[in-house]
Design a binder for this molecule. Structure first.
Ligand code: PSU
Ligand code: MN
Length: 314
């Protein structure tokens, strides 16, 4: 497989074959393995998430940087190594050129994973909670480059909304301003990661996978070189009540300001604080929602692949 960018891409055999046949593939990030969850839960979760993509009907392609190349389809050994090794850096979009030049290794965030997915020819990506506009961004200017990257990469992104630690109203505003479609799949509200609702209604609701595939294609046919967000909420039985975590988040945000934590480190800091305040229950919900998003993404990618095959045959 070749790409026109000149960036070296190493595909796993399974992903290469699937793309060659026009079968459904879902890209996944590796930063959630290295920075999102503690070892050994991270390795087990990464494998569960890949299984969920398969259950949905697609081939998983977990992405990282290694050997000066973008790796598309990490092996089980790669995942275990990334999960166990401390110190693998978080690589967002702007870090990607530097880490590629240095060789790596690096763990890709949502932003850099969608860059990689587009280069690799994978139109679907799944995460659980995307980055967004941080609480207090009016002061700190902290807006995740995940959002900025969505304005530049032609990839459909399945998620359970944005992380609860963020300002979700402002995150939705940003997406609206930047013309990024947001569709809630079989639900009404914009979810909040491990909470089923953010208190904000999603701009659109679609229940049918084929309709979503058509909407994604229409977005790109209209000339938008940008992402298309599809949200799916955490399952009722895995969800955490937002009232329960809200106080913990407020406290953690204040503590972070006091401790001078900002920039790339803040997301992990806040997530860990909420995990501690909920006795690890939010981390459990985090793992569950990663899998439910991946399963939905597998289903949507499969419907999209079918739609493209029909267009070709017509
Ligand atoms: N920490 C977590 N879970 C995550 C992330 C960090 O506990 O999922 C990640 C994702 O990779 C996401 C990134 O793309 O954080 C966003 O970071 P920032 O807000 O610095 O852009
Ligand atoms: Mn940031």
């Amino acid at each position: 497989m070749s790409n026109t960018t000149g960036i070296p891409v190493i595909y796993s055999d399974e992903v290469r074959e699937a793309l060659h046949e026009g079968a459904a593939v879902v890209a996944l990030e590796s930063n959630v393995i290295t920075h999102g969850l503690p070892y050994p839960d991270n390795a087990a979760t990464a494998r569960k998430v890949e299984d969920a993509v398969r259950a949905g009907g697609a081939v998983p392609a977990t992405i990282c940087v290694e050997g000066g190349a973008i790796k598309v389809g990490m092996t089980d050994e790669d995942i275990e190594r990334f999960a166990a090794l401390p110190g693998i850096p978080k690589v967002s979009s702007r870090d990607l050129p530097v880490v590629l030049a240095q060789g790596g290794p690096g763990a890709t965030t949502v932003a850099s994973s969608v860059v990689a997915a587009e280069i690799a020819g994978i139109p679907w990506f799944s995460s659980a909670g995307i980055g967004g506009v941080h609480r207090g961004a009016q002061e700190t200017f902290d807006i995740s480059s995940d959002l900025v990257q969505f304005t530049r990469s032609k990839v459909a992104v399945v998620c359970a909304g944005a992380k609860m630690i963020l300002d979700l109203g402002l995150t939705l505003e940003y997406l609206e301003t930047q013309c990024v479609p947001v569709v809630a799949y079989r639900s009404d509200d914009f979810p909040a990661f491990y909470c089923r609702t953010s208190g904000h209604r999603a701009p659109h609701r679609l229940d049918d996978e084929d309709l979503i595939a058509r909407a994604v294609e229409a977005h790109w046919a209209l000339g938008n070189h940008s992402s298309f967000l599809v949200t799916t909420p955490v399952r009722e039985e895995d969800a955490i009540d937002s009232g329960e975590v809200d106080a913990a988040i407020r406290e953690a945000v204040a503590e972070a300001a006091r401790d001078g934590v900002s920039g790339q480190a803040i997301t992990k800091y806040l997530m860990r604080a909420v995990d501690a305040a909920t006795d690890g229950r939010s981390a459990k919900a985090n793992m569950a929602v990663l899998a439910s998003c991946a399963e939905a993404a597998g289903r949507l990618a499969a419907a999209h692949a079918l739609h493209l095959a029909e267009l070709k045959g017509a």
